[in-house]
Design a protein around this ligand. Structure first.
Ligand code: 6LW
Length: 485
């Protein structure tokens, strides 16, 4: 079963305007933040931008933003002729709200919402225009979304199953005669689940669904695990759908997932007494597929702006990262190494279990390379400097040089290939292998077990990102290819 948005795209929040669906995801320590997607069929999604792309919209100070810190789950809504996006910056700025007339941007400057003391804020409007913000816990407060002012004290409205940990990701919907409160519970690991309650008013009281949890894969051998953090949407034909996050663990025990939490789709039907029933994950809804623009394999860096899928660490000052210095090339100026929290890095999410990425580099006097990054402390890379190519691995506190090989002077093409492990030989078999090479040299410099770049080893909320970096000096990248297998 494949996701509808593959790679590290967790906490999907969805809304529909006419024939168009829009979806937003969390982005953590990466800049720009909150990728925004568009679809016409719920299966083919195109990234149309990032909501938080200006420094005044997204501050991720390195001292306060550890890996998996920063931007947590957003809620995306369309109300009263505009789009609303609310999210939490756990790097100290708390809950912030943005508006836009076009979801591709530009989004407004942030409106701070200091009265919300929790993550996963949701927005819902009553028929009289009152705005309710519901957040993890699960608590609720009345809000003026234009100013960020909240009124009264937050009120606890539901906590999901008694004793279940982490009641979070609330979304409140008016459907028919009820207000439905959808939440995630059990934590975002193997016990993750989706539950629902309903009431006559947006403030409750809420009656839990007798069939809760309405979705979980815990304790099953389903290839998609950790399913939870969901959103509901109704299609123009009246059918209902759920988007949710899930992971694809592979290999032996405990199963390692490397691509982070991805976005999946499931159909929803309703019982005669008005409770939702979630069907099997799918990529084939009952309508014709709409064409989507495929992302080209190669980015030649011919445009003056980087395409929206490119992300950097915590910020991206144009003086350190630009396509304007040398037309047709991406220039990176080192701020520090990959172990520095805001090292100069431009990458894209790994979206296929197996793939090959290559980049053509002019290392000049610098030290630079191609990295597979799970987080600050878990990454493998191949870099060139001083006439040598080196494969380096960082796993937690351990740094190792795995291989070195002289390279000819001048331009070089660095390559990484990730291949899924098809045969699990024993309980410790990893999910995939990561191999590095230089196109100008024969063979592979090194092949490493991918399990050390997985969430089960590293922890956290993100997934692998494949990128280019400069660790010393000013370097130029002619192109970058990413080809999923
Ligand atoms: C998010 C929470 C969760 O805010 O993980 O899976 C947190 N759900 O709802 C970070 O993504």
């Amino acid at each position: 079963m494949i996701p509808v948005i593959a790679g590290f795209h967790p906490d999907p929040s969805i809304c529909r305007v006419g024939a168009d669906y829009y979806l937003a995801c969390s982005s953590f320590e990466y800049f720009p933040g909150v990728p925004i997607f568009h679809s016409r069929d719920l299966v083919g999604w195109t990234q149309i931008g990032n909501a938080l792309e200006r420094p005044n919209q997204l501050r991720l100070p390195s001292g306060d933003t550890s890996s998996s810190g920063g931007i947590y789950a957003p809620t995306l809504r369309h109300h009263d002729g505009r789009f609303w996006l609310i999210t939490t910056n756990v790097a100290g700025h708390g809950n912030v709200l943005f508006t836009a007339t076009d979801p591709a941007g530009p989004w407004s400057d942030p409106i701070r919402v200091p009265g919300i003391a929790g993550i996963d804020p949701d927005l819902a409007w009553d028929s009289d225009g009152t705005c309710w913000c519901t957040f993890a816990g699960v608590s609720q407060i009345r809000l003026d979304p234009l100013t960020g002012e909240s009124f009264g004290a937050p009120r606890r409205i539901w906590s999901g199953a008694p004793g279940a940990k982490a009641p979070e990701a609330p979304h409140l919907y008016r459907i028919g005669e009820y207000w439905y409160l959808l939440i995630a519970e059990g934590g975002t690991e193997r016990c993750h689940a989706v539950s629902i309650a309903r009431g006559q008013a947006p403030t409750g009281p809420f009656e839990p669904c007798p069939a809760n949890p309405i979705l979980t894969h815990r304790g099953t051998d389903h290839p998609v695990q950790n399913t939870g953090h969901a959103g509901l949407v109704q299609a123009p034909n009246g059918s209902w759908w759920m988007v949710l996050l899930g992971v694809r663990p592979r290999g032996g025990t405990p199963g390692w997932h490397a691509l982070g939490r991805e976005t999946f789709l499931a159909p929803v039907t309703w019982t005669t007494d008005g409770w939702p029933v979630v069907g099997e994950l799918t990529t084939t809804p009952p309508w014709p597929r709409q064409p989507v623009t495929a992302t080209p394999v190669r980015d030649d860096f011919d445009l003056s702006e980087l395409a929206p899928q490119w992300i950097s660490l915590r910020h991206r000052p144009t003086e350190d990262c630009t396509t304007k210095d040398r037309p047709g090339w991406l220039t990176l100026r080192a701020r520090g190494s990959l172990d520095d929290l805001d090292g100069t890095f431009v990458g894209r999410r790994q979206q296929h279990l197996s793939f090959r990425a290559r980049t053509r580099i002019d290392p000049a006097e610098g030290r630079c390379g191609l990295v597979v990054r799970l987080d600050d402390q878990h990454h493998y890379e191949i870099e060139v400097a001083d006439g040598e190519a080196r494969v380096l691995a960082r796993i937690g506190p351990l740094h190792t040089t795995v291989a070195t090989r002289p390279v000819p002077a001048g331009l070089v093409v660095l390559r990484v290939e990730v291949a899924v492990t098809e045969t699990v030989r024993d309980a410790r078999s990893g999910p995939d292998t990561v191999s590095f090479g230089v196109e100008e040299l024969d063979g592979t410099l090194a092949t490493l077990d991918g399990k050390y770049l997985s969430t089960e080893v590293a922890g956290g909320f993100t997934g692998r990102v494949i990128g280019m970096y400069s660790a010393a000096g000013t370097v130029h990248f002619d192109w970058f290819d990413y080809e999923g297998a």
